[in-house]
Design a protein around this ligand. Structure first.
Ligand code: PLP
Length: 232
């Protein structure tokens, strides 16, 4: 299948999952995860209609984004953010950083933004699976993290992000997404000043339909669009 066909297939699956759960497909935004793929392939995808691209490594994004010849709407940073990489990430103008999971990083990001008169939309990443290999704050720590980060200047919390458990057990995967939604709902009852909970970034190639059924507004899809990745 060509790129246009793959994009249409994913968009149809998003629409079907949305309708099944009585949601408007327009409320779900597809982020094309382009990690490991060359700029030429990303250009093909942009030309075929994708508008938002996600990368998880700053060096790779820094290398590839300037090579793109097709216009795009948004670059999303979805990987783990180390404090010492903030100054490399920010010139790439991420529309949204999905992966803030500790106060110290948020504080440094806020300081950078203040010094450069920039504002940055962020999501707080939660480890909903309990897997030690996954980044994200512990669910119990989220309310305090949210409060603390909300008080920092020039950062704007827009919602939450998680990576579902890597498992064939659909219930276990679904429970990760339900947990994220419940955490969102709890914050929404009494949100700290300036906090918006408009986004749940959850769902990848193998589980995005479940994530949509549980309320995802941003789905991050890589291999479903670009085929499997080879790491070098
Ligand atoms: C790689 C990656 C994805 C996309 O994964 P696929 O299974 O290829 O769809 C989504 N989110 C994050 C954070 C990733 O690192």
């Amino acid at each position: 299948m060509n790129m246009k066909g793959r994009i249409e297939t994913i968009q149809n699956r998003i629409a079907i999952a949305a309708k099944r759960s009585h949601r408007d497909p327009a409320d779900i935004t597809l982020i094309a995860v382009t990690k490991t793929h060359p700029a030429t392939l990303i250009d093909t995808a942009l030309a075929a209609g994708l508008r938002r691209i996600g990368e998880n490594k700053i060096q790779e994004a820094e290398d590839k984004l300037p090579l793109l010849t097709q216009p795009w709407d948004e670059f999303h940073f979805i990987g783990h953010l180390q404090s010492n990489k903030i100054k490399k990430l920010m010139p790439l103008k991420p529309a949204l950083i999905h992966s803030i999971d500790r106060f110290s990083t948020a504080q440094k990001l806020s300081q950078w933004c203040t010094a450069h008169q920039r504002h940055q939309d962020i999501l707080l990443q939660v480890n909903t699976s309990g897997e030690v290999s996954k980044f994200g704050c512990h669910p119990d720590e989220l309310p305090q993290l949210c409060k603390d980060v909300a008080a920092l200047p020039n950062l704007h919390i827009q919602g939450l992000m998680t990576i579902g458990i890597f498992s064939d057990d659909e219930t276990a995967v679904r429970n990760c997404f339900i947990l994220l939604r419940n955490l969102r709902d709890a914050i929404q009852q009494n949100p700290p000043a300036g906090v918006k909970m408009q986004h749940l970034s959850m769902g990848m190639t193998n589980d995005f339909e479940i994530a949509i059924e549980e309320g995802a507004t941003l789905v991050r899809i890589g291999s479903g669009l670009f085929g499997s990745r080879t790491y070098t």
